[in-house]
Ligand binder design. Structure first.
Ligand code: PMV
Length: 311
């Protein structure tokens, strides 16, 4: 039997913009997905035991099967011939926006590599997981699988000319509390990415301007994260949310949770991941602030994760 795991993540700056080569910042969170792989005689069977959002597992099933066949191909194994039982678990729930698909892909890649004794480097594991991500995101930037593979706080820039992506670990003075609030809407990242592409095509001037602002913001965020200037990081997260609203990837429920977190004292809040539902993230340094905001959201009926960035 082979075992593997992958980190969940939250994108702190520039989801969507990263698809076009704008830098972004992502952090792994403390929750991981895990996979066990066993060779069998009866084709490929997936048993998904993750704590899912209602409907998440069912809605993602076709994409999940596609991702597994991409993994096998990328590893040089024949999907039609492989007979595997794949058991998915771990503490990372199946919410949209926290890298559940990428974390499970990395976990599955690692478990297959372990089962077949393939001995792959982290870089190669990341590359195979990227192929798997295509099933979920169409034209993914690679930021999700990178966070799921390496963990930590990462400065990420996709190469748009086919070179290697920039993956740089940033160090945070100490881990910082955040909360992740779930709208409960299962979002389709692929459709959201395609929507941005279509709107960008229709409004090239407006989008170019927004992309420049996003780039400028990423560099400011980087400096302030390294300097541990959390108040400023929060302000920049708010600004980033506004840019994401302008490219139309937020929704009423996300805006509601973002505003609620800010009203209750979060340093900053924004949507995280593909948007159109899924999750938001709020910077809530200290256990007390984190607990207060989490309780407010829970009392309103939302699912909330309390975790930390920069671990
Ligand atoms: O929805 P998630 O958690 O898969 O995040 C997607 C991030 C995007 O920037 C929207 C897409 C990408 O490939 O970078």
């Amino acid at each position: 039997m082979g075992h593997g795991s992958g980190f969940g993540k939250t994108i702190l700056f520039n989801e969507h913009f990263v698809v076009y080569g704008i830098p972004g910042v992502v952090s792994a969170i403390e929750l991981t997905a895990s996979a066990e792989v066993r060779r069998t005689e009866k084709g490929i069977n997936i048993k998904d035991e993750r704590k899912g959002a209602i409907g998440y597992t069912q809605k993602k099933l076709t994409q999940q099967k596609d991702s597994i066949s991409r993994i096998l191909k990328a590893l040089g194994l024949e999907p039609e011939l492989a007979s595997l039982e794949i058991l998915l678990g771990g503490e990372l729930p199946g919410f949209s926006g926290i890298g559940a698909s990428a974390a499970s892909s990395v976990a599955i890649v690692r478990a297959i590599v372990d089962e077949y004794n393939l001995g792959l480097s982290k870089e190669r594991i990341n590359g195979v997981a990227y192929e798997a991500e295509k099933a979920y995101a169409g034209n993914p930037s690679g930021i999700d699988n990178t966070a799921a593979t390496y963990g930590g706080l990462i400065w990420f820039r996709k190469s748009v000319i086919g070179r290697s992506n920039t993956i740089e670990k940033l160090s945070l003075r100490k881990p910082v509390e955040i909360i992740i609030g779930n709208t409960g809407i299962v979002a389709d990242t692929k459709a959201m990415v395609e929507g941005v592409a279509a709107r960008k095509k229709r409004n090239p001037v407006k989008f170019d301007q927004l992309f420049r602002q996003a780039e400028d913001l990423a560099f400011k965020a980087r400096i302030n994260l390294i300097d541990f200037n959390l108040r400023k990081v929060g302000v920049l997260m708010n600004e980033n949310h506004q840019l994401l609203q302008e490219i139309n990837v937020s929704c009423e429920e996300l805006d509601y949770l973002v505003n609620l977190a800010r009203e209750k004292g979060a340093y900053g809040a924004k949507l995280t991941g593909g948007g159109g539902g899924g999750c938001m993230v709020a910077l809530t340094p200290g256990k007390k602030l984190q607990e207060e905001i989490a309780t407010t959201m829970k009392n309103e009926g939302f699912q909330v994760l309390k975790t930390r960035i920069g671990i």
